[in-house]
Design a protein around this ligand. Sequence first.
Ligand code: PMP
Length: 405
Amino acid sequence: AELWQDVPLAPPDSIFKLTAAYKVDPYPKKVNLGVGAYRDDDSKPWVLPVVKKATAKLLNDDTLDHEYLPILGLPEYTVAAAKLILGPESPALKEERAVSVQTISGTGANHLGALFLARFYKFNGPARIYLSNPTWANHRAIFRNVGIEPAEYPYYDPKTIGLDFDGFIGSLKDAPSRSAFLLHACAHNPTGVDPTPEQWDAIADVMLEKQHYAFFDCAYQGFASGDLDKDAWAVRRFVDRGVALLVCQSFAKNAGLYGERVGALHVVSGDKSTAERVRSQLSVLQRSEISNPPAHGARLVSLILNDPTLFAEWKQDIQTMSGRIIAMRKELYRLLTEEYKTPGNWDHILNQIGMFSFTGLNPEQAKAMVERAHVYMTGNGRISMAGLNSHNVSYFAESLDKVVR
Ligand code: PMP
């Protein structure tokens, strides 16, 4: 008998399935709003000009070789990455109580953070992580892989197409003390709905009171508002207020380095000697998982973060991307409210943040968008704003109007 005959066939990843269907569709006006990657105004992937410059510098650098990086990664990269997310004046950096590890992009940071928790976090009861409902689909699988059971906290309220703040706070209060909560640092995926600064402070109040652990996932720094510091506000605030936390960081979106897998995990401890022990264990875990992280992407990001001219250019490139997305939100809102006078309230199109937006379409309407209008979007009503551009936004608004009427 075949050795693997009992291996069940797994369903295809829903996003990749959507992209495959889009690719074979011959309809000329088809639109792909499933993909979670930035596209320029001609629907093309965009290599950031600053990345091109940094790449040219690397090519001309005769001192570089292909030796292994240290286990915890390229030091000039991890140090600069920590400053970028925690802030150059962070007390955690000044007091040397943050440990930074180079990871396989944000996914790898989530995995290593989860593995560290599975090994060392003193769960009050069974190992469990509270995830926002909804969340990035991969979170569930990442935690299950290391034996941490995913649980949910209320986050999105379909009635207001906004944050279910009371539900969120209620579940922070009801969870056993020392529970771990995964928080999207900014530009929540898939809803585009973020807490306000006041709401973040109220969340921190309860987390401190109940001694909860904040597992921050930050995949979109700079992409949300266009401002790197603004998008790191919640993380920095929580560090200042003394909430126990770690942060997963990714340069996939904000530097357009999706395939290079450049990320970092930052674990903030209470003091330097604890941080040293944490570092030693992260090193052991990293060694058994990947031995050493990849060099090329980390070198690129290191150049950009450590050279003031390149850093300034990167900020410009981030503005280009976030600016185009914000412009699309405005144009879509204008089309729906003024041009088509589409029934319903569309304020959330303007208020939501980052690459993704929950339109409020139900699964039937989302299906109709795909089948009737050739607009490819997921069944939960999420669209990638980066898939809209000056050529297709009007067709999209028109299709949306028809489907909701
Ligand atoms: N977390 C969230 C919330 C994300 O949306 C993503 C990207 N889709 C990631 C983490 C990780 O992405 P990557 O591994 O490409 O950095």
